[in-house]
Write a protein of this length. Structure first.
Lengths: 340, 340
DNA sequence: CTTGGCACTCCGACACCCCGAGTGCCAGGG
DNA sequence: CCCTGGCACTCGGGGTGTCGGAGTGCCAAG
């Protein structure tokens, strides 16, 4: 083992010990707990070098070392491998996810499973529906002047919008529009729908154009939003588990999580590593003040027709190999369920 | 003013000061800040009596007094009145709630408005649909062997269930069933539907009974669950605002909030006071370990066709008059929106 | 390059003390 | 009978001081 290799072993040992004990790790305990084959003085030299390289840091003089974000990054990228889940854990996922009644329920169970498994905050994004096809369009007059527009896709997604219309609109006209829309759209892929909508709209009498335009707008809105902007959360209580995890306060973290835009941007920016199948973002890489001490492990899920991301958020000081395994496993499992 | 009346004034003053300063309040500051017309020694006697009655307590000897749960209860019931909202606040509610596209969006905006306004955790339960009527039933074959059942009501609720069916089922049969279900159910009130479902089911050929039974079960399930078991949350970050609010940790509180059953039971047990229009539950009245230091202020909302509850959860040491006003105002506002 | 030794630094725990806020009680006065 | 000013007492919190231990960096020798 070259001295360079040993240095990396030292880094790995520091990360592992620090994650476990949550305390800065010194040269002495390092040689005691890991068979590194050299003395503590040597380790000290290595540590000084690692610190020079910005991979570890001391909270203060005469304290042990703590990994920096860069240290974790190196650890995740090169020093660790995804740790296989235990049979019990796999069984737990399977149990938690069976018997879901609809998509909402699937995602709800998924997010809970993920939170329980990783003991961290879990996020599951609603799957996109861009590749799915229109099954049915329903128009429901509520009170006069209000119309509910419902779009049902063949993948089981249901989008709804309420639109304001002229109170004079007759049920007959609504029925006519419903029939034409279904004739034009049923079976069409969502990405083709926008064009078809405009065609259909042109076929109506001028005096009915207002109604048609409102409905078309609502449908286009439902299509474009794709509900990728929604997600479910679970496990926020885990943030409060150990005050050590977030020295200041979990307040900023909670705020960031509630700010839906932040989480969505974060998930959107992440792309899975081809080999591990997951994506990791650490500390400052989040580019968010409130999340400087947190990391996100996420993975895409779903297949073909609908794709989105799920993941967990926890302290930078997290057990990456295990967390990555859990995220990947849950993503695969839920993909299977949704897929068919 | 009798001495009994003065004692209650003292209690009111203690609650108000304590809520404001978050520090135990002593006899001296009390006479300074409130025109009670007597000396601090007299106040001390009154305080001793209030303590005897269990309405206030000392964190430790030689500290000021703090209201007990019973003290807050008396304050809420007899010593305070709901404080009218400022114009700016009313306008804020109005602004936040306009332009919602569908029910999900309305509730989402509502819960955010409530959290922002009260600076506390807000909960909004999904409205029940028991009194509404069936608008349309849609059956959507997904992959072979799986059928999506969608129930649309005239109040704009959309319920969906996936059912497992015989993969051999033909589209024609599904279409037939869809037509018959709609003929039988459209326009009927949900509480009449269960009986009608059974009738309709009887009219099919024996060999199709399996399919029909599955669909009917799914519809009944959708009806009975009524989605009252769902709610949206916002403002959890407010829990971390002041460490003083929750001396130990907000962990147990977060856990209780995530445990949907707990919140739903809580809301379900609460009934609005006829005069104030809201309901308050304080500390130990919650009957939950994790919520001993929290209170809930809630109110029913909606009208006729759909009714549910919304509210906020915060430290027992909260500004009840203002919070009650905000909850009531938001409840009224969202009722108007949903109502028509 | 590694190692043992050594001097140095600094955090954290503990002990201590003191101050001030707040109380309870009492005797006197309206 | 109730209110009041005075007084002695209690107790928690904050500030200071001290001490020990953990950990480091450096150096000279192997």
């Amino acid at each position: 083992m070259t001295s360079e290799e040993r240095k990396l072993s030292v880094l790995r040992a520091i990360v592992e010990d620090y994650v476990e004990t949550r305390e800065p790790v010194g040269s002495k305990v390092l040689v005691e707990r890991h068979a590194l084959g050299v003395s503590s003085a040597t380790i000290r030299n290595d540590m000084a070098a690692l610190e020079e390289e910005g991979l570890i840091a001391q909270p203060h003089t005469s304290a042990g070392r703590v990994p920096t974000d860069a240290g974790y990054r190196l650890f995740v990228d090169r020093l660790s491998s995804v740790k296989p889940l235990s049979l019990a854990e796999k069984r737990a996922i399977s149990t938690l996810l069976t018997d879901a009644v609809d998509l909402d329920d699937v995602l709800d169970r998924t997010v809970r499973a993920l939170a329980t498994l990783t003991r961290q905050v879990a996020v599951v994004q609603y799957p996109s529906l861009s590749r799915s096809a229109v099954r049915h369009v329903e128009l429901v007059p509520l009170v006069p002047g209000r119309l509910l527009v419902v779009l049902i896709t063949d993948t089981g997604r249901v989008e709804q919008r309420t639109v304001e219309v002229d109170p004079q609109v007759t049920d007959q006209l609504v029925g006519d529009l419903r029939a034409r829309l279904n004739a034009a759209l049923a079976g069409r892929r969502l990405d083709q729908v926008a064009a078809l909508l405009r065609e259909t709209a042109g076929a109506f009498r001028p005096e009915d154009r207002d109604l048609v335009a409102s409905v078309v707008t609502a449908l286009e809105d439902a299509l474009s939003s794709q509900r990728e902007d929604r997600f479910v959360l679970a496990g926020t209580a885990h943030l409060a588990r150990s005050p050590l995890d977030f020295p200041q306060s979990i307040g900023p973290v909670l705020e960031a999580i509630e700010e839906q835009v932040v989480l969505l941007r974060l998930l959107g920016e992440m792309a899975d590593d081809p080999t591990s199948g997951v994506s990791v973002r650490i500390g400052h890489e989040m580019h968010h003040r409130g999340l400087l001490e947190t990391s996100v492990v996420s993975s895409g899920y779903g297949s073909g027709a609908q794709v989105a991301r799920l993941g967990v958020l926890g302290p930078t000081r997290m057990d990456y190999p295990t967390t990555m395994a859990a995220v990947r496993a849950v993503a695969r499992y839920v993909s299977r369920i949704i897929g068919g």
